[in-house]
Structures are given as structure tokens and as C-alpha cells.
Ligand binder design. Structure first.
Ligand SMILES: NC(=O)c1ccc[n+]([C@@H]2O[C@H](COP(=O)([O-])OP(=O)(O)OC[C@H]3O[C@@H](n4cnc5c(N)ncnc54)[C@H](OP(=O)(O)O)[C@@H]3O)[C@@H](O)[C@H]2O)c1
Length: 285
């Protein structure tokens, strides 16, 4: 893969949520490809892990995506260090929660929306002057659940539909300035997120009224079985798609990564009543 694009400019990129999973794989992939990589993490231990694994062209940045002061500080640092580079942003940081709306604690819902929507908006808004001046790109990481909202995923799907909406608006809003915006839609990817979802599910059930949790047990058991059975791909495969969206002179508005995403895209095209009935019968057969 070439890192010097047709304009022959050196490329710098900020990837949020690079401690594990897709963000980690992408940071290392782009580092190997010759990018100047800024990889956002939240813990010192993750910073050290990246320093060990990458070249000296990769700079870990301690940053919580919804801490305004910290994001502004990172902006000032990166702005002064990227003279002569194009600068792009990969909004990858995200959290996931499964569960019926009635059972998910409101504090968890708010935290998810803060990270997946407000955090993405804050980082994008803060870095836009740099991205615009350097004619960089914005790559937003959505999910198959950003194409189709199904039971058990209402809050997560809401956040990923929002990511899709922000991307659709920005694609045209930023076109006069030469800033291209793409969405990468992963299906099921082998990352820590799947373990985190199961842990959160258990905590959620423990905190709920047992009789209320029981009402939803068939649905939850169905989705726990489903997620185990879905085919998955490795995080590095998503990193390759992200690299393609950064490098292609004519990037697509939307990239699907993995079989799960393709399945969701097809299912989303079915009429709503047909989709609802199929889903209902699958759960309560
Ligand atoms: N894995 C999948 O199957 C899948 C499918 C579709 C979409 N996605 C999306 O892909 C993206 C990456 O997910 P992943 O699977 O790689 O999950 P992951 O391994 O859990 O990584 C999530 C990353 O986001 C970071 N993060 C969480 N809250 C943050 C905050 N407030 N500020 C800054 N960073 C924060 C985490 O940092 P800490 O380690 O510090 O918590 C971690 O680096 C997410 O947007 C997710 O929704 C994943």
C-alpha cells in the first residue's frame, strides 16, 4: 500500500480508541505503511504497549474523547507537529451495550451516547480546522447496527445511526473544502468488545428486578446464541478497509467490512413489516 498519495504529500492521521481491537490494529497497520500516526488511548499501560509495538513515527496520545480540555490540548500538540502533512481523522473509539431498553441503567445509556456520539462530534469539531486546511479525510467507524436497528441493540444502534447521519451531512458540508468523509461498517469483529458485552449483560441482569429480567429472557438468550454463531473477521481486515478509505483518490461514502455487515445491509432493505415478523418469529419460534 502506498502512503504517499497522488499529491505526494506525507500523511498524518489520528485514530481514536487505539488501545485494543480495530483501533490498535489500524494504528499498527498505518504505522507500518509509513503514516505519522497519533493513536489515542486512555491509560499509561496502553501508551507503553503501543510504543513497544510500533515505530517512532507513532505517537500515543492520552485522550478521553469527551473531555473537552484534553481534546483541545491534543489538537494544539498535533497541529504544531504536522506541518507539511495532510491530516486525517479516524473516529473509532466506541462502546457497546446490548440489552432491552427497560433493563439498561440510564447512566450506562448516557455514557454510551456520550462516547459514541458526543465524543465523536467533539473530536471531529476540534480537529476540523486542521483537517480542512490540510485537505485530509474523516473516517467514521459505524456498525451493522448503524444500518439496521434490531431488538436488544436499541441504544447502540441509535448511536451508530447517529454516526451515519453525521457522516452523511459532513460529506456534502465539507466537499467545497476537499475534505472527503467515509463510513466504515464492520460486522462482527474478533475484539475485546464481545467479552465486554457479555460482562455488561451479566451486570445488567444482576441489577434489574428479577421479574422484569425474566420477561426478556427469551430475547436475551436468542441474541447471546446469535452473536456466538455469527461469522467474524479479524481486526486487521478492518484496518485494511480503513487504509483503503484513506488512500483511494475517490473513496466510497460507505465501506462494509465482513460478512455480518453485508447481511445487515441486505436485511435493512426488506420492508419493515416483513423484517419485524421475520425477527419476531426467529426469537419466539
Ligand atoms: N468488534 C465488533 O464486532 C464491532 C462491530 C461493529 C462496530 N464496531 C465498532 O468499532 C469500534 C472499535 O471497537 P472494537 O471492537 O475495536 O472495541 P474495543 O477493542 O473495545 O475498543 C474500543 C476502543 O474505544 C476506546 N474508548 C472507549 N471509551 C472511550 C472514551 N471515552 N474515550 C476514548 N476512547 C474510548 C477504548 O479504550 P479503553 O481501552 O481505554 O476502554 C478502546 O480503545 C467501535 O466504534 C465499535 O462500536 C465493532
Amino acid at each position: 500500500m502506498k502512503t504517499e498519495t497522488k499529491t505526494n504529500k506525507k500523511q498524518a492521521v489520528l485514530i481514536t480508541g487505539a488501545s485494543t481491537g480495530i483501533g490498535y490494529a489500524t494504528a499498527l497497520y498505518l504505522d507500518k505503511a509509513g503514516y505519522k500516526v497519533y493513536a489515542s488511548v486512555r491509560k499509561e499501560v496502553d501508551k507503553q504497549k503501543l510504543i513497544k509495538a510500533a515505530s517512532s513515527n507513532l505517537t500515543p496520545v492520552i485522550m478521553d474523547v469527551y473531555d473537552e480540555e484534553v481534546v483541545n490540548k491534543a489538537y494544539q500538540q498535533i497541529k504544531t507537529e504536522t506541518e507539511g502533512y495532510t491530516f486525517s481523522l479516524v473516529n473509532n473509539a466506541g462502546v457497546s451495550l446490548n440489552g432491552p431498553l427497560e433493563l439498561i441503567p440510564y447512566s450506562n445509556i448516557k455514557m454510551l451516547l456520550d462516547v459514541n456520539i458526543c465524543g465523536l462530534i467533539l473530536v471531529t469539531k476540534t480537529f476540523l480546522p486542521l483537517i480542512r486546511n490540510k485537505k485530509g479525510r474523516i473516517i467514521n467507524i459505524s456498525s451493522g447496527h448503524g444500518l439496521l436497528a434490531i431488538p436488544d441493540k436499541s441504544v447502540y444502534a441509535a448511536s451508530k445511526f447517529a454516526v451515519q447521519a453525521i457522516s452523511d451531512s459532513l460529506r456534502v458540508e465539507l466537499r467545497p473544502f476537499g475534505v472527503k468523509v467515509s463510513v466504515v461498517v464492520p460486522g462482527k469483529i474478533n475484539t475485546n468488545v464481545l467479552g465486554k458485552i457479555i460482562d455488561e449483560r451479566e451486570k445488567m441482569i444482576d441489577q434489574a428486578q428479577p421479574e422484569t429480567a425474566k420477561l426478556y429472557s427469551t430475547q436475551m438468550e436468542y441474541f447471546d446464541r446469535e452473536v456466538k454463531n455469527l461469522p467474524s473477521i479479524e481486526a486487521v481486515e478492518v484496518a485494511k478497509v480503513i487504509a483503503e478509505s484513506l488512500n483511494n483518490p475517490k473513496p466510497k461514502a460507505q465501506y462494509l467490512a465482513g460478512p455480518g455487515a453485508k447481511k445487515m445491509k441486505i436485511f435493512a432493505r426488506f420492508p419493515r413489516s416483513m423484517r419485524d415478523n421475520m425477527m419476531y418469529k426467529a426469537i419466539y419460534k
